[in-house]
Design a protein around this ligand. Sequence first.
Ligand code: COA
Length: 158
Amino acid sequence: MQETKDKKDILRILTDPWMYERIKDDLAPNLDVFKDQFTESTMISDARYIISDDKLALYIIHPLNSISWVIHTHVLPAAHTNSINYSKQVLDYIFTSYNDIHKLIAIIPDIYMDVLKHCKKCGFLQEGMISKSILKDGKILDQVMLGLERDRWVSSEN
Ligand SMILES: CC(C)(COP(=O)(O)OP(=O)(O)OC[C@H]1O[C@@H](n2cnc3c(N)ncnc32)[C@H](O)[C@@H]1OP(=O)(O)O)[C@@H](O)C(=O)NCCC(=O)NCCS
């Protein structure tokens, strides 16, 4: 795992058609417009983009405040047999590399049972529900909020 600012590598993962369909909401631009609009300057300025060595998995983290960061997971379908290993590697990387990060938060639409299960397998615990907070396929959905603290990650066997 390593931090990257390489727009080409980042875009290749985010604009994979399966991936983009999963991560966009109903008001997001279509894929071609998103590709055109995505520049270094539109990348979230205080975010860190962390990519696997084989460039099949991308994690984006950005601060909610000085100790709590939001994490977004993107593992390409070609790597899905191994998703759990990528995610555990990135959690190790984050908690080892960024000493200020005390807590990671994931916010997942409640229809994505696979993502929710994946997060829980990684040690995230459900902490709350953000009701009626994302528009997907014409429906306003609830999102589940999950959290993982540094201490719990470090003390777990992973
Ligand atoms: C999140 C992500 C890494 C999960 O990848 P994955 O390879 O499916 O992950 P895992 O296999 O580790 O875990 C998925 C689990 O959900 C289960 N699952 C799959 N579909 C399911 C469903 N409809 N209902 C319940 N469980 C389901 C799988 O069987 C698996 O459980 P298991 O390990 O006990 O067999 C991948 O989907 C991804 O990167 N998605 C892009 C981001 C995204 O979808 N974001 C949504 C908006 S936040």
